[in-house]
Design a protein around this ligand. Structure first.
Ligand code: SPV
Ligand code: MG
Length: 285
């Protein structure tokens, strides 16, 4: 790890198409870094799922902070924290920004859902805060940060709540006016069409972040050409882990031995490398 980790602001200013991978722990995040990702999304969905809990504002800010800091400490690339609703009201948002910034995190995202929130892919429970109240959360976040480098992404869930592109645009403008550094426009349609409508009208007022989970065929180059600055692949790592562990454990249980698996699972030496064991051994003089 280098001493100076680039901030998310430096990353976004240095690239027209920033690729971010979701993770819930340092190991997954290091593998994302190894693959070449520019940043890691400390996903509330993943962090909750890693404890077999719903992504429904059940874990506390401190638990999300611990997860994000564990990830950031293992990386040379920045973590973008999925800060949900900011864990309560305006003062919770201020506390969150101060705690995460002090802990070495350079970017957070807050969303305009009501606290407690429900994961965006769940059919029920998608209720939004009035835009004026959420705009105050964004101003509060920006006032609470101590360095100009800190980056606040305002996420609108207007499309998730079925309120349409015009309402998403109205909210995005309000959050931009409140001082947001970027807008995350989330959609769970099977196509990118409503996001494209948003981008056409938005005209690049602030950088736009997308999470193409339900419209996976959108190539990063096409998204960038349409005006997207950041693409978050929020949960593919978690879903791959579940598939892989499920088939691995089934195979061991059914076969009673592990020969068939050995060529397809990482050798122990690979795990030693990810643990940076050699560096640690040098410390023990
Ligand atoms: C997350 O990864 O926690 C997100 C993205 O917020 S989503 O699950 O699509 O809401
Ligand atoms: Mg989330």
């Amino acid at each position: 790890m280098s001493d100076k980790i680039r901030t998310f602001r430096e990353v976004i200013e240095g690239s027209s198409a920033v690729r971010v991978a979701g993770a819930h722990d340092a190991l997954g995040a290091v593998l994302a870094q190894e693959a070449g990702f520019d940043a890691v999304w400390s996903s509330s969905f993943e962090v909750s799922a890693a404890r077999c809990l719903p992504d429904a504002s059940i874990l506390t800010m401190t638990e999300y902070l611990t997860a994000a800091v564990n990830i950031q400490r293992a990386l040379d690339i920045p973590v973008v924290v999925d800060g949900d609703t900011g864990y309560g009201g305006n003062l919770n948002v201020a506390h969150m920004v101060r705690e995460f910034e002090r802990a070495g995190i350079s970017a957070v995202c807050v969303e305009d859902k009501l606290f407690p929130k429900m994961n965006s892919f769940v059919d029920s429970g998608q209720r939004l805060l009035p835009s004026t109240e959420f705009a105050r959360k964004i101003s509060t976040a920006k006032n609470a940060q101590s360095s100009d480098e800190f980056f606040v992404i305002a996420r609108t869930e207007a499309l998730i709540a079925g309120l349409g592109v015009d309402e998403a645009l109205r909210r995005a403008h309000a959050y931009s006016d409140a001082g947001a550094d970027a807008i995350l426009i989330h959609s769970k349609q099977k196509t990118k069409d409503e996001v494209l409508l948003f981008l056409d009208e938005w005209r690049g007022k602030l950088p736009v972040v997308v999470v193409p989970t339900t419209y996976p065929e959108w190539h990063i180059d096409d998204a960038a050409a349409a005006g997207v600055s950041v693409v978050i692949y929020a949960n593919q790592g978690l879903r791959a882990t579940v598939s892989s562990l499920r088939s691995t454990f089934r195979s061991i249980f059914e076969n009673g031995e592990t020969t068939a698996l050995e060529s397809s699972i990482a050798p122990v030496s690979d795990i030693f490398a990810l643990q940076r064991l050699a560096d640690w051994q040098k410390l023990d003089v």
